[in-house]
Design a protein around this ligand. Structure first.
Ligand code: UT7
Length: 331
C-alpha cells in the first residue's frame, strides 16, 4: 500500500451454502394452523432450508467460506481476520469464528463473532472494514451464518414460518485507493450502524446463558411492531447512507436488503424508485436466515453476474436489539 493513501475494503469473493433439506410452506400446514396462501401473501416466503441434525452453524459457515475462497482464488492462509455474524453459535463460547478458522486450516489471525441478529452481517462488514482501513488486517472473511431453526418455537405460527438456515461469506481485501473504470473510488464507501435497546421486547429470545442457565430460549416477536420499526428505520438509515456519499436514490444500481418480508423489501424499492429487477430477492426461497440473508443474496447475485464494476450496491438490515444499519459499496 502507498504510504499516505487510505486503503479501502474491496469485495474479492462471495460464497454461500444452504442445507440440503427444503421445507415448503405446505409442509408446515400439517403441524400448525397456517397456510401456504397466508405465508406467501403476508411475507413472500414459499420455502426455507433447514439444517440436518448435527449440522452446525460452523459447518454452514465453513462451506460458505470455502466457496468464497474459491471465488476469490485465494488460500485461507491469506486471511488474517474472520468475523462471523451469528445468533446461533455452535457453543456459547468460544466464538464460532474460531471453529471456522480451524476448519479452514488457518493457524493465525484474528477471529471473533458479532451478535446483532438480523443486522449482524452489516455490523460485521462495518467492523471488518474498519480493521482493514486502519491496517490491522489485510484480508477479511466476513460471514453471516445461522441455524436459526434451532431457536424457533414450532408451536408459534407467528414466528416459526418466517425463518430458515444458511450461510453466506464475503472476502474483503484492503486495497490502496481502488478505482472503477471511470476513476471513482470503489469498495466499501461507507457503513452506518444503529441500535436502540429500548425495543428489546419487540424481538428477542426468552432465555440465555445468564438469565436462564441451561436453556437458550426461543424466539419471541411482535411482528407488527417490528414491521413498523423496519419501514421507518430502514428508510432513515438508507437516507443517511445516500446523503453520506452525495448519492441520489436514482444512483443506486442494486438494493440487497435483509430478507425478512417481501412487503418490506418492495416498500424500500419503491421509496428508492428502483425497478424490481434491481432488487436482489431471495426471501421466497430462503425465508429469513437472519445474519446470513444478505451474504446469501450477494452470493446469488454474483453467481448470476448481476453486478457490474462500478455499480452502487446498497445493503440494509434491521433485527433484534433493535439494531439496524446500511452499507454502501461501489462494486
Ligand atoms: O428479521 C428481523 C426482522 N423481522 C421482521 O422484519 C418481521 C416483521 N414483521 C412481519 O414480517 C409481519 O408482521 C409478519 C409476517 C410477522 C406478520 O404479518 P402481519 O400482516 O403483520 O400479520 P399480523 O401479525 O397482524 O397477523 C394477522 C393475522 C392474525 O390473526 P387475527 O389476530 O387477525 O385473527 C394472526 O394470528 O394472521 C394470523 N397469523 C397467521 N395466520 C396463518 C399469524 N401468523 C400466521 C400464520 N398463518 N403463520
Amino acid at each position: 500500500m502507498n504510504p499516505g493513501t487510505a486503503p479501502r475494503s474491496v469485495v474479492i469473493g462471495c460464497g454461500g451454502y444452504l442445507p440440503a433439506k427444503v421445507v415448503a410452506n405446505r409442509d408446515l400446514e400439517s403441524s400448525m394452523e397456517t397456510s401456504d396462501d397466508w405465508i406467501v401473501e403476508r411475507t413472500g416466503i414459499r420455502q426455507r432450508y433447514i439444517a440436518a441434525d448435527g449440522e452446525l452453524t460452523s459447518d454452514l459457515a465453513i462451506a460458505a467460506s470455502r466457496a468464497a475462497l474459491a471465488d476469490a482464488g485465494i488460500d485461507a492462509s491469506e486471511v488474517d481476520l474472520v468475523v462471523v455474524a451469528t445468533t446461533t453459535p455452535d457453543q456459547t463460547f468460544p466464538a464460532t469464528a474460531t471453529r471456522v478458522q480451524a476448519g479452514l486450516g488457518m493457524v493465525a489471525g484474528i477471529a471473533f463473532d458479532v451478535q446483532a441478529v438480523c443486522s449482524g452481517f452489516v455490523y460485521a462488514m462495518a467492523i471488518a472494514d474498519n480493521f482493514l482501513r486502519v491496517g490491522q488486517a489485510r484480508t477479511a472473511l466476513v460471514i453471516g451464518a445461522e441455524t436459526f431453526s434451532r431457536l424457533l418455537d414450532w408451536s408459534d405460527r407467528g414466528s416459526a414460518v418466517l425463518f430458515g438456515d444458511g450461510a453466506g461469506a464475503v472476502l474483503l481485501r484492503a486495497e490502496a485507493d481502488p478505482r472503477d473504470g471511470q476513476g471513482r473510488p470503489r469498495g466499501i464507501l461507507s457503513t452506518h450502524l444503529h441500535a436502540d435497546g429500548r425495543f428489546n421486547e419487540a424481538l428477542h429470545t426468552d432465555g440465555g446463558p445468564s438469565s436462564t442457565p441451561g436453556r437458550v430460549g426461543v424466539v419471541k416477536m411482535n411482528g407488527r411492531e417490528v414491521f413498523r420499526h423496519a419501514v421507518e428505520k430502514l428508510s432513515s438509515v438508507v437516507e443517511e447512507a445516500l446523503a453520506a456519499n452525495a448519492l441520489a436514490p436514482s444512483q443506486v444500481d442494486w438494493l440487497v436488503p435483509h430478507q425478512a418480508n417481501r412487503r418490506i423489501i418492495d416498500g424500500m424499492a419503491r421509496k428508492l424508485g428502483l425497478p424490481p429487477e434491481r432488487v436482489v430477492v431471495t426471501v421466497d426461497r430462503h425465508a429469513n436466515t437472519s445474519a446470513a440473508s444478505i451474504p446469501l443474496a450477494l452470493w446469488e447475485a454474483t453467481r448470476e453476474r448481476r453486478f457490474a464494476r462500478g455499480d452502487v450496491v446498497l445493503l440494509e438490515a434491521i433485527g433484534g436489539g433493535l439494531t439496524w444499519g446500511a452499507c454502501v459499496i461501489r462494486w
